[in-house]
Design a protein around this ligand. Structure first.
Ligand SMILES: [Zn+2]
Length: 266
């Protein structure tokens, strides 16, 4: 299911190490247990209360980034570059990154652990090519997303790469659709797999990817605010301040204004 890694930027070296390479499943589970104890979650297997569950909002974790680059400036369409080319290249890259980020926790995203594709009180359903609603587990949903996006971004009629080929009139609508799906996957990772991401020390990557993706989508109105409302609290924390560190005024406390927002985990 993983996309061709050759097109991924430089940080793939860190992300592409499968968890198994350095950390056995047992080690990850132990680390998850440690994080759970730290968060004072109930050890009896009961699901923690909603507010308690939003560990990703804790300033200690939310301020973690792998870069302090200003995404707000980075997402702007550069002069002399065609809008569709810019949308195509960024969308393809986000797809690869979301796919990679999900792959780091995919062994925990099973049909049993994640019986539905749910984020908070929102339930996502897949619709097949004939528009028929398909009831599926979260890993099945993610598989549908990745397969259909992979098909689109490698379709010369939709994402043309050859000189002289035109983008279709439906291009923007398709990019919006892809962004919606990628948002669902990111939201699911935060909602259901943040503890594992934390145990793998990949939350800095996840936060960076999320902030970059949301600011890009916002710049070109690619996501419906109603769609993203479910993660508004996180977006506020991660994207205020233009993605540059973020978290300022949203819960981070103590320390100098500059230094506290640029915590790096590595
Ligand atoms: Zn899952």
């Amino acid at each position: 299911m993983l996309a061709d890694p050759s097109s991924l930027p430089t940080d793939r070296a860190v992300l592409s190490q499968p968890p198994k390479a350095g950390l056995s499943c047992k080690m990850v589970l132990q680390a998850v247990g440690k994080v759970l104890r730290k968060s004072k979650a109930k050890p009896n297997g009961k699901k923690p209360a909603t507010e308690e569950k939003k560990m990703y909002l804790e300033p200690e974790y939310a301020r973690s980034r792998i870069t302090d680059v200003g995404f707000k400036e980075l997402v702007v369409l550069p002069r002399e570059i065609d809008l569709n080319e810019w949308l195509a290249s960024n969308t393809t890259t986000f797809f690869h990154h979301v796919n990679l980020q999900y792959s780091t926790i995919s062994e925990f995203c099973t049909g049993e652990a994640c019986q539905t594709m749910a984020v908070c009180n929102t339930q996502y359903y897949w619709y097949d090519e004939r528009g028929k609603k398909v009831k599926c587990t979260a890993p099945q949903y993610v598989d549908f997303v990745m397969s259909s996006v992979q098909k689109l971004v490698t379709d010369e009629d939709v994402f043309p790469t050859k000189y002289g080929r035109e983008f279709p009139s439906s291009f923007e609508a398709l990019v919006k659709k892809i962004c919606k799906y990628l948002f669902h996957v990111l939201a699911h990772i935060y909602w259901s797999h943040f503890k594992e991401t934390l145990a793998l020390e990949l939350h800095g990557h996840l936060n960076t990817l999320y902030a970059h993706f949301i600011l890009f989508a916002r710049e070109f109105n690619l996501l419906d605010p109603k769609e993203t409302a479910v993660m508004d609290d996180l977006t506020e924390v991660l994207c205020s301040g233009g993605g540059r560190g973020g978290g300022g005024g949203a819960g981070a406390s103590g320390g100098g204004a500059g230094a506290q927002n640029h915590g790096k985990e590595r």
